[in-house]
Design a protein. Sequence first.
Length: 420
Amino acid sequence: MKNFFDIDRWQEIWITITHNKSRSVMTAFGVFWGMFMLVLMVGAGNALKKGIMSEIEGFAVNSCFFWTQRTGKAYRGFQKGRSWQIRNNDITVIRQRVPELQYLSPMLFGGNTSDQNNVVRGEYGGSFELNGSYPEANEIQTNRMLFGRYINDIDIEGKRKVCVIGERVYEVLFPKKENPLGSTIRINGIYFQIVGVSQALSSASIGGDPKTTIVLPFTTMQQTFNQGDVVHFVAATAKPGIKVKVVQDKIAATLRDLHQIAADDKEGVGSVNVEDQFMMFNNLGLGITALIWIVGLGTLFAGAIGISNIMLVTVRERTKEIGVRRALGATPSNIVGQILTESIVLTILAGIGGIVLGVGILSAVGLALSQGDQFFKDPQISFTTGIGALFILAVIGTLAGFIPAQRAMMIKPIEAIREE
């Protein structure tokens, strides 16, 4: 520790580096460039991962979704390619047969896209999608409430004519940004009262763009728009600690049993497992991170080889100086410590330069991307990553100086003094 704070020693190191300025700069550039590229790649990788994960942000990771498809096999007198519908009673049976369920929400989709103004408020109007849901739907795909509340159980039980509008619907129907709560709008000729304005957390959605969707109580939409007892879509989540695959298989099996679909017919019931999608995205992110670090560290080690070479040349040029120091009483550890310190200092100085420039460019890019709704989000590296990179630099600098230091330690004083 005493040698570390030896000012004369640090002056020697600085003189050595500046004496071989051009050689030092060219060699350190390899480390600088390697660290610069590593920072850029890690930042870009983080931005890509954030963009990917933002696509499913708000979706419950432990969720799955179901819809009807034409059957893929003939079964019990029914021909292949038969159409079928999920019914209200199916939801009751699913709740009874699948105890692993946490949330379950049937859904209806609708809207009148042929009518330019299927949704009207006074002089303002537009064409928007409709979504009939249960309160549990907001637990499965979370929305941020800008005003008011989401659909609740009282709305479902009373079949109340209330609605939650998306943020784009609000902008069109309330251009003056007034409070919409309690206002009435006409949807396909029927009046509904606004109880909330929602904002989706992700661009991915169920049944259309959430910005332009109006959510109604499921029971209200069925009755008001004569949907009968048909269910278009089913969303479900598993209880904590239960694999979504278990719930997915049980619900699919229940629907096949209720609607005379062969147990091995994989086409009859459409479904998607968000947990599987999440794991796929997560593994993709891990793969990207691993590839970035492999390429980045490879570049850094290539720069370290250059530093090791210049330190070998430096030791060769200073053979006589090292011999004199040994003759005057310098121990092998003194010589080794000086060579290693010079290598580490050169490596860290070059690496810090690469980190500073890389972070600066990432900040500029992040600022530019923040001006719009971009897929790449906040390309930055974490403080922990920066500290880890500096530690790696110190290790690389030590490795780069090890062979030159060993060579310097093996120099015999009498032979070094005689060398011209």
